[in-house]
Design a protein around this ligand. Structure first.
Ligand code: PLP
Length: 223
């Protein structure tokens, strides 16, 4: 199937209120343009260099999401244009993004990444660390808008476990929405679900799914 057909197929499985990020990392500008011609405007990348190169070359009405691990010293390269940074996983990184936002007088939309998987290697705040964030810490970050949470489930065929992890993230999201962010309507995004588990994520309350290989085909990391 073509990229356009894949996109339509994925879109037809999304319920109302769920937005698709087409994860284009490692894929060519031509592949992105094929999705763009089919109407897709939100794309996700996980490397700063690749993201800025594609941003510069491709149409300016594309919304670029940074979905990968963010290094502090690279924030400045994407701060002027990035639509949403998904993977913010420390207060220190929040402070860096805030500083870069201030420099260019742009409020930068971010999601806090939460570690919900059983695997050790994935980045993110623990649920306890998230719950420990205080209103005064948030008020010290005027150049950041925290729009929600992001998480990745364990890489497993056990759908029960995946569902449990997504449920945990959804509960945390609801809890923060009614406490720390109760006066902030823009805290409304729950980024969870990828090609293999977005159905489960949507059932659990995802509002933003990040789908790559089901649209663009498998990635070849050797090129
Ligand atoms: C690569 C990636 C995706 C997309 O994964 P697929 O399995 O190809 O859909 C989603 N989220 C993050 C954070 C990724 O790095």
């Amino acid at each position: 199937m073509s990229i356009a057909e894949n996109l339509r197929h994925i879109q037809s499985q999304l319920t109302t209120g769920v937005t698709l990020v087409a994860v284009s990392k490692t894929h060519s500008q031509e592949a992105i343009m094929e999705a763009y011609q089919a109407g897709q405007r939100i794309f996700g990348e996980n490397k700063v260099q690749e993201l800025t190169t594609k941003y510069e070359a491709l149409p300016k009405d594309i919304h670029w999401h940074m979905i990968g691990h963010m290094q502090s010293n690279k924030v400045k390269y994407i701060a002027p244009f990035v639509t949403l940074i998904h993977g913010v996983d420390s207060l220190r990184l929040l402070q860096t993004i805030n500083k870069e936002g201030q420099k260019i007088q742009r409020v930068i939309p971010c999601l806090l990444q939460v570690h919900i998987a059983s695997e050790e290697t994935k980045f993110g705040f623990s649920p306890l660390e998230i719950q420990a964030i205080t209103p005064s810490q948030i008020s010290e970050l005027p150049w950041i808008e925290i729009q929600g949470l992001m998480g990745m489930a364990t890489f497993t065929d056990d759908n029960t476990q995946v569902r449990k992890e997504f449920d945990t993230l959804k509960q945390l999201f609801d809890q923060l929405k009614s406490t720390l962010f109760t006066n902030q309507a823009s805290f409304n995004t729950l980024s969870m679900g990828m090609s293999d588990d977005f159905h489960i994520a949507i059932e659990a309350g995802s509002t933003l799914v990040r789908v790559g290989s089901s649209i663009f085909g498998h990635r070849d990391y050797t090129v």
